[in-house]
Design a protein around this ligand. Structure first.
Ligand SMILES: [Zn+2]
Length: 266
């Protein structure tokens, strides 16, 4: 079997596996398969493997801490159950665009931007999953006031440490698999971490928040206790998924801008 046939088979296997384990909806699994195939074609098997390992890491963390995460976030976060295609795209869109640009221009900086896009999305996902397990309630990243566990914009020492550790491991993995330079890898890890901070700031400042009319708990769901929730701040229509998309876009564009400014083109 050639490398690309093997890469396609791996993409199909991961998509079917994630669908089977109810980690992804059918549409999301198809979307993830298309993204993995595009990356394989545009940037090679190593770059695809980086994404596959990242998907596996997120599924493993989800599974390991399933009970703890559900107990904290079930009433607060909007999305429960398998991730849908919009969620997969909001985490993978900018990485995929970067890889298409790499295919077109062959500048390693776009390969680095790809790694940053995937790294930010996955570090954010892992940091939120592990962060909600923190014993103490988190503080809002902008106001430093204690807020309900699971609410966007909340940070805890546990979540931040998990994020930092993940970004270091990710930087090494990205270097080994994609062949980006050691500086590119260090930059990728640092930007992935910075992206998570940007995501938390946007989660605190612009994401739409509600309060339940019945139980008076803060929530990100527009329906709580069977009743439409009361609008409590942020920008309407900016939900967690859109915050993820915006922060991922900002991080990738920031990464490309800094790399261009520093002259890291070849
Ligand atoms: Zn309620």
């Amino acid at each position: 079997m050639t490398v690309s046939a093997l890469g396609m088979a791996a993409a199909a296997f991961i998509a079917v596996f994630a669908y089977n384990k109810k980690a992804l909806s059918l549409c999301a699994a198809v979307t993830a398969f298309i993204i993995m195939t595009l990356i394989l074609i545009c940037a090679g098997a190593g770059a695809e493997l980086l994404l596959i390992i990242s998907y596996i890491a997120v599924m493993t963390v989800d599974k390991l801490f399933e009970k703890g995460i559900k107990a904290v976030t079930s009433g607060i976060n909007k999305k429960t159950g398998p991730r849908d295609a919009v969620q997969v795209l909001s985490n993978g869109l900018f990485g995929t665009i970067a890889v298409l640009m790499y295919a077109a221009f062959k500048y390693p900086l776009f390969l680095c931007a790809y790694a940053i896009g995937i790294g930010e999305a996955l570090a954010d996902s892992i940091a939120s999953d592990i962060g909600v397990l923190s014993k103490k309630p988190p503080v809002d990243i902008c106001t430093f006031k204690r807020i309900e566990k699971g609410m966007s914009g909340g940070v805890s020492p546990l979540g931040i440490s998990a994020c930092a550790v993940f970004c270091c491991i990710y930087a090494v993995t990205a270097k080994l698999l994609t062949g980006i330079s050691i500086y590119g890898a260090a930059f990728t890890g640092a930007l992935s971490f910075a992206g998570c901070i940007i995501d938390s700031i946007l989660g605190s400042r612009i994401q739409c928040r509600y309060i339940c009319r019945i139980c008076r708990k803060p929530t990100e769901k527009n329906i709580h206790c069977g009743e439409p929730s009361e609008f409590a701040g942020g920008i309407r229509y900016i939900d967690n998924c859109r915050v993820n998309l915006i922060s991922n876009g900002i991080t990738v564009i920031l990464g490309i801008a800094i790399l261009l400014w520093k002259g890291y083109i070849l």
